[in-house]
Design a protein around this ligand. Sequence first.
Ligand SMILES: Cc1ncc(COP(=O)(O)O)c(C=O)c1O
Length: 391
Amino acid sequence: MKKIDVKTMDQEKIVGSYARYDLVADHGKGAICVDEDGKEYIDFTAGIGVNSLGFCDEGWIKAVTKQLKKLQHASNLFYTEPQTRVADILTRRTGLKKVFFANSGAEANEAAMKVARKYSNNKYGNDINWIMTLENSFHGRTMAAITATGQDSYHKEFYPFLKHSIYCQPNDLEDLRRKVTDKTCAIMLEIIQGEGGVENLEPDFVKEVEELCRQKDMVFIVDEVQTGIGRTGKLFAYEYFGVRPDIVTFAKGIGGGLPIGGALFGEKVCDVLRPGNHGTTYGGNPVACAGALEVLGRMDEAFLKEVEEKGAYMKEKLSALPQVASVSGMGLMIGVELKEKNAKKVVDQALAQGLMTLTAKEKIRLLPPLTITYEEIDKGLKILERILALA
Ligand SMILES: Cc1ncc(COP(=O)(O)O)c(C=O)c1O
């Protein structure tokens, strides 16, 4: 194929909805990405928490290509084995009862919100339909998901939004109790607000949300799109707080790089959807599910423990840097607040020096592949340390 100038053609032909960094990703292996000129980068992004096994993991490639040669798609009008197997693993490992498969995080949250409204509608009539989410949250870009997202910066210019949405201040028990009414049907939250700046929720707050949902028969939804599938050192981050959500949404890391998302439903809501109520053509696609099976199959106790340990190791090293004000997150989902430097500038400088990182609000955000080695972590942290030390 003729070589093209990717950057120029991209800017000309692709809508400008992404502020891309100056890197044309060509290929990769594990936690190393290689650009079109052969320059290597250490990857502390995992495709924004997607490539949980890193680039081109051998086991994952084998699983995906094996399925690809067998059956790439059949539609949700027919049964397929990989989808059933993923659902079996997720339900057995969480104790939740059933799964709806989608293709992305936003779609997973759409399904969750639709189910919450239908649950309340079926039981109490049309009136109880308010959905509460948190200020500073992020739940995706479709109209319902963006409505649920409690950040004005994502809203402006796209009004009007879904009616009957309300936002509560994170970790503010008083605000929570004041804003829940007899018309509220669901509360949705992220255990760590990822796009919101890697802000951890407090266990007491999450427990109170659960308690209120039980008392008032509301649906308790946890959005684990970024925190889920091993990212924090547990299969799902809610496990750290000993709560039992009615719905858990997932996407990103489960496919290991292929588009798949979904919602897990507990006893209360697992039979709300009936044939024709909801669906999506590609949801639970066999090839994406074959990737998910490999990812989930690798995530045993030892793997998850390592994620926790690597996260603790990174956090300790980062906290010791004099330019760092604080470090947040859990496992390999890490936010770094800087004392003075501008995070976006540091991320740009890191990229130029061969390290891929992200921002989240005013912080540097690190989401390395869960399989990253200590050697790669050390190399990446050295680059960051050097940049932070620059005058
Ligand atoms: C917590 C959370 N929910 C939902 C989404 C949306 O996921 P997607 O981009 O796959 O629609 C994201 C994406 O960053 C997320 O972090």
